[in-house]
Design a protein around this ligand. Structure first.
Ligand code: NAD
Ligand code: MG
Length: 401
């Protein structure tokens, strides 16, 4: 109804990571509101088949594949059906479609460190950024937030926890949390598929078991991160940057039902929570329409069926990744970027069945313990630090194989 009451100009959207879980859910919401949004550009890594289908359906002005061979193949296929979509490739093209003057909204949903450059480009160009790629903030929180401020961009968190906190904070988000009367933010965590597993059981976890998340459908990397609780660790660092929250103002509470997506506690004792079915189309629709509301295709939460909400403290002994993330946040500087890089290598090695589940935190801890931590002053420096941490992690992976 809102749409009919407030007709507005069509908003042009670039989706980075279009073939992924978040990318496809974004397209789903946009398809429900074709009178409000149009696709300007779609980008993916190497999935030509997926990208071809999306280009055929959405007819973007640009399609970008990271890999040149994938772009060449896609261009040939699109040409054969007379498509006018221009196909580009590479990191520079990802940045171009993020900063292009015709673009209003950029959905940053590439997985991992690869999402950093295009997200930075969107920030500098002053776009509305729907940030799903939490790794951007973990690696380059200070640089990215500065680019958002300098570029006059609008940053809207898509990660469900941060979207919930954003919704529960006062409308006018000026100043520190304390100046808004906020005591702390509480990030909820499902606890993943191994919430009740013993350390012995965790050591024997298989890839298939770890990829089977109880509540959310997500890409493989974030699903493993959810199982190790590194996802929550990355989210603690993400919350630090997004809400200017001190480490001691960010708590994690395990809530297996994933119905409360996160909470804000105020100094008067009030706790405001955002609830809903665990479906990313809610935060995506929120980001697309903010400050208005749009239908998202997500059904009403049935509180009677939900019946109960459980809470417990996270176990940092069985899930050391969360402890390591707090450690990296407290250490500051390059520590979170090193944590992130080591985690990406460790998760890829676990997915490739080269290392065990409990090797993931061990490997990250080793990389962090030998790394030199320094203040981050530029993206170029960050790229070097990221590369060194990946090397250090890869050497340790090989030693474990
Ligand atoms: P996914 O694996 O399903 O999709 C990743 C997308 O990124 C794909 O389109 C892939 O082609 C693209 N991609 C990967 N590497 C690339 C590269 N080097 N260059 C260009 N494109 C590349 O992942 P996802 O679950 O959609 O998650 C995407 C991001 O959103 C992650 O940062 C994740 O942490 C975050 N996130 C996801 C969810 C979720 O529910 N899936 C929730 C919160 C946050
Ligand atoms: Mg999340």
């Amino acid at each position: 109804m809102l749409d009919k009451l407030s007709p507005q100009k069509i908003q042009y959207v670039t989706i980075l990571g279009a073939t992924g879980t978040i990318g496809l859910q974004t397209l789903d919401v946009i398809s429900q509101h074709a009178e409000r949004f149009a696709i300007f550009a779609l980008a993916a890594n190497s999935n030509v088949k997926g990208m071809y289908a999306l280009c055929e359906k959405y007819q973007p002005s640009y399609a970008v594949m990271l890999q040149q061979s994938a772009a060449t193949l896609l261009a040939a296929q699109l040409k054969s059906i007379g498509s006018s979509t221009v196909v580009l490739h590479g990191d520079a093209a990802l940045c171009e479609i993020s900063a292009h003057e015709q673009v209003d909204i950029v959905m940053a949903a590439i997985v991992g460190a690869a999402g950093l450059h295009p997200a930075m480009a969107a920030a500098k160009a002053g776009k509305r950024i729907l940030l799903a790629n939490k790794e951007t903030l973990v690696m380059a929180g200070n640089l990215f937030m500065q680019a958002v401020a300098d570029g006059g961009a609008t940053l809207l968190p898509i990660d469900s926890e941060h979207n919930a906190i954003f919704q529960a904070l006062p409308q006018n988000k000026q100043g520190s949390l304390a100046s808004m009367g906020v005591k702390r933010v509480l990030l909820t965590a499902s606890g993943g598929p191994f919430r009740n597993a013993t350390i012995a059981e965790l050591k024997a976890v298989s890839c298939a078991q770890a990829l089977n998340h109880p509540n959310w459908v997500m890409g493989p990397k974030i699903t493993i991160d959810s199982a190790t609780l590194m996802n929550k660790g990355l989210e603690v660092i993400e919350a630090h940057w997004l809400f200017n929250a001190l480490p001691e103002q960010i708590d994690v509470v395990v809530h297996p039902q994933s119905v409360i997506h996160s909470m804000v506690e105020y100094i008067d004792g009030s706790i405001l929570a955002q609830l809903g079915n665990p479906d990313m189309r809610t935060p995506i629709a929120y980001g697309l329409a903010y400050p208005e509301r749009l239908t998202s295709g997500v059904g009403s939460l049935d509180l009677l069926t939900t019946a109960r909400l459980d809470f417990s403290a996270p176990d940092l002994v069985r899930f050391p990744c969360l402890r390591l993330a707090y450690h990296a946040l407290n250490a500051g500087g390059s520590a979170p970027a090193i944590l992130n890089a080591a985690n990406e290598i460790a998760v890829a090695a676990f997915l490739a069945k080269k290392i065990g589940f409990m090797d993931i935190p061990q490997l990250i801890e080793q990389v962090l313990s030998v790394a030199h931590i320094e203040p981050i002053e530029s993206i170029e420096q960050l790229v070097l630090i990221d590369g060194l941490a990946r090397q250090s992690a890869s050497v340790r992976v090989e030693a474990l194989c």
